[in-house]
Ligand binder design. Structure first.
Ligand SMILES: Nc1nc2c(c(=O)[nH]1)N[C@H]1C(S)=C(S)[C@@H](COP(=O)(O)OP(=O)(O)OC[C@H]3O[C@@H](n4cnc5c(=O)[nH]c(N)nc54)[C@H](O)[C@@H]3O)O[C@H]1N2
Ligand SMILES: Nc1nc2c(c(=O)[nH]1)N[C@H]1C(S)=C(S)[C@@H](COP(=O)(O)OP(=O)(O)OC[C@H]3O[C@@H](n4cnc5c(=O)[nH]c(N)nc54)[C@H](O)[C@@H]3O)O[C@H]1N2
Ligand SMILES: [Mo]
Length: 641
């Protein structure tokens, strides 16, 4: 038996260092590297159990071409010749914008950018804009600070208190937990602010069960306390632009009025404000809150709270939404040309259908499952079904792959070479193939290169993984004496990332000052026809639509007993939105609010378990994110025959 180290490339803040045991060419066990400063010797459930997917009987290991309702296996040459022929024909007839290359987060490896380079060289073709995951929050932080990054993750040990604001670390990024535990052991207070009672509550000292999207009002209530008690930091006027307009907005309502909107007791808001003022306090901004119509305003309000309370630029402070995961890499080296046209990601279905001059004739999907993961699944599926030619590169028959004309079998995270940074800390890693790809699977880089040969574009993507990785770090890490072999050892922190953000440099905005928001968004609305907000959230058992084990039976929906329309625990019911309905099994949980319905994200659309079948495609206020969790739903008994 041999043991190999690699980094996890999945869409997760943690980017763990994995140790894999290999016996006779087969991986037999996965575990977390005990010496990695963030991985700390354990893996999350979904990756610890990844071998169920790696060796699943339904893994795609040969190229497939549609034949009637099913697929026929073909050779790589046949598949690539067919694809290259279509690409050249469509470009000649309609121009390169008639091809749409869609990439999502199946792998966060930097070498995905080389695949993108092929499409830039071939076109450039149509690509996506906006971001289904974090569009609003990204835009908020860019507006307020001019860039998105965070204090070092271990700086949390300098906090007097930590506000986990809409974040389920226990499920979505469990490697934060040992640090929270250590912080608490040092006397730090950890507070969770979330409409949903979830596993992370058990790791906190206080839980504030705010109204969905009530966070803006809660932040205003806290700001009101800071102003009323003279607790706004003395340097706030110097650090921030727009302080007067911000103050006027805060004073437009009383503490009690703001708290009413937030559905939080005034005493609780006062306590949180006092924690902030005492400092140092770090706000860990979760990714869920941004997925609301007012998501950008909410994150901007948290940015403002941090800045006016004196918690920016200090150890133990900060308002952390993201770690600049590509910050150590020379991504400019991958860029050739900008797209002539973009499709707004959350509106994928509508916009692919509506695109004209030229219409979109071909879609290529890399590392994404838009049918299951983008809102309005039926529209997305219809948009794909009605294209002339759809290619999906994936290792499994996702909902999207099922609708493709050609499915190309890709290597998994254990079969590929790549580079990763993390969006939950500043450590870097190399992904190094533990075993060769199963069957005929190939890496995305190999696929791009084989295709480039047929398109006369070999030069645009030529290079071994080692060469591409070296190119990506030569100009950035090279001057710090860091090479690939150093990264391969696994414990290199990005030397370009500051330990305390903005401690040595001002915010990266035009004025060098924090931009405070000055306009309040509308209050969250109730809709009596659909009184529950559909919260389709991360589950331990899956990475988005990549479930550890196949799912069967109806999707479970968790609601408060008084929000269950008289249904009992375990009952079958219909979960309805303005778009349609799904058959679900009801779970009652008295710890939940009466205005939410909680389901797992990532269920299969074709199997009738997908939240996005019910979620309307709506944009966030800024950043072209998806307002995924605003969706109103109701529960109804199943119609009896
Ligand atoms: N096991 C597992 N891990 C994952 C993933 C997965 O699918 N499964 N997904 C990965 C991905 S893609 C991402 S982006 C990350 C982050 O994954 P996310 O699931 O986006 O992030 P979390 O921060 O864990 O959870 C979102 C939290 O936001 C809360 N929330 C929703 N609306 C509001 C609101 O209005 N106010 C407040 N205060 N809170 C709200 C939800 O209740 C939830 O607790 O995790 C990654 N990790
Ligand atoms: N209702 C609702 N919708 C949501 C969310 C939600 O909370 N609720 N969360 C949103 C969020 S945070 C995100 S990030 C998105 C995620 O949306 P996606 O990124 O589309 O999610 P995945 O299901 O992880 O799909 C990735 C696909 O890539 C494949 N894959 C994995 N590795 C590779 C690789 O190396 N190469 C190739 N070619 N393929 C690979 C996987 O098998 C999988 O089918 O979904 C969003 N959608
Ligand atoms: Mo995400």
């Amino acid at each position: 038996m041999t043991t190999h180290a690699t980094a996890c490339n999945r869409d997760c803040p943690d980017a763990c260092r994995i140790l894999a045991d290999v016996n006779n060419g087969r991986i037999t066990a996965l575990r977390g590297d005990p010496d990695h400063p963030v991985t700390q010797g354990f893996l999350c459930h979904r990756t610890a159990q990844y071998l169920h997917r790696q060796y699943a009987p339904d893994r795609v290991t040969q190229p497939l071409v549609r034949q009637g309702d099913g697929f026929a296996t073909v050779s790589w040459d046949q598949a690539l010749d067919l694809i290259a022929g279509k690409m050249l024909q469509i470009r000649a007839e309609s121009g390169p914008a008639a091809l749409f290359h869609y990439v999502s987060g199946g792998s966060l490896g930097l070498l995905q950018g080389v695949v993108g380079r092929l499409w830039q060289a071939f076109g450039p073709v149509t690509t996506k804009r906006g971001d289904i995951c974090s569009g609003a929050g990204d835009a908020a932080q860019e507006l307020d600070f001019g860039l998105e990054d965070s204090n070092d993750i271990h700086d949390l040990l300098n906090c007097h208190s930590i506000l986990l604001w809409g974040k389920n670390a226990a499920v979505s990024g469990p490697h934060l937990l040992p640090i929270l535990k250590q912080a608490r052991a040092n006397g730090c207070k950890v507070v969770l602010i979330d409409p949903v009672h979830h596993k992370t509550v058990g790791h906190c000292d206080q839980f504030v069960q705010v109204r969905p999207a009530g966070d803006f009002a809660l932040a205003m209530a806290m700001a009101r306390v800071l102003f009323d008690r003279g607790l706004v930091a003395a340097q706030a006027a110097e650090l921030c632009d727009n302080l007067d307009a911000f103050a006027a907005m805060v004073h437009a309502r009383s503490l009690a009025q703001w708290c009413h909107v937030a559905d939080v007791a005034p005493g609780v808001a006062e306590g949180l404000a006092l924690d902030l003022a005492h400092g140092p306090t770090n706000i860990q901004v979760g990714w869920g809150m941004g997925r609301r119509g007012i998501g950008g305003a909410i994150v901007r309000a948290l940015d403002a709270l941090c800045a006016i309370s004196g918690n920016l630029r200090v150890p133990g402070g900060g308002v952390s939404f993201y770690y600049k995961r590509r910050g150590a890499f020379d991504t400019d080296s991958l860029r050739l040309a900008d797209s002539p046209r973009t499709i707004c990601e959350p509106l994928f279905g509508q916009q692919v259908l509506q695109a004209a001059d030229p219409p979109i004739r071909m879609v290529w999907v890399t590392a994404g499952n838009p049918v299951a993961m983008l809102p309005e699944s039926a529209t997305t599926a219809h948009a794909l079904r009605t294209r002339e030619f759809v290619v999906v590169a994936d290792s499994w028959m996702s909902d999207t792959a099922q609708l493709a004309d050609v499915v190309l079998p890709t290597a998994t995270l254990l079969e590929t070479d790549d580079l990763v940074g993390a969006y939950g800390h500043h450590y870097l890693g190399t992904v190094d193939a533990v075993v060769p790809p199963l069957g005929q699977a190939r890496t995305d880089l190999q696929i791009a290169q084989a295709l480039a040969d047929r398109l006369g574009l070999a030069d645009a993507v030529a290079g071994t993984p080692e060469q591409w990785r070296s190119r990506l770090i030569a100009r950035t890490l090279g001057p710090h004496g860091i090479g690939l072999d150093d990264l391969r050892k696994g414990y290199v922190r990005n030397p370009l990332a500051p330990k305390v953000l903005f401690a040595d440099q001002p915010p990266a905005t035009a004025s060098g000052r924090v931009q405070l928001l000055g306009d309040a968004p509308a209050d969250p609305l109730d809709d009596p026809a659909f009184p529950l907000r559909l919260m389709s959230l991360s589950t331990e058992k899956s990475q988005s639509s990549q479930w550890v084990r196949p799912q069967s039976g109806p999707m479970e929906v968790t609601v408060h007993p008084e929000a269950a329309a008289g249904l009992g625990d375990g009952d079958l019911a219909s979960l309805c939105s303005a778009l349609g309905h799904l058959q679900v099994r009801v779970r009652l949980d008295a710890r939940q609010r009466r205005d939410v319905a909680i389901v797992p994200k990532g269920g299969s659309y074709l199997d009738g378990r997908c939240a996005n079948a019910l979620v309307q495609a709506r944009l966030t206020d800024i950043g072209e994110g998806g307002a995924l969790y605003d969706q109103g739903v109701c529960l109804r008994p199943l119609a009896t025959e």
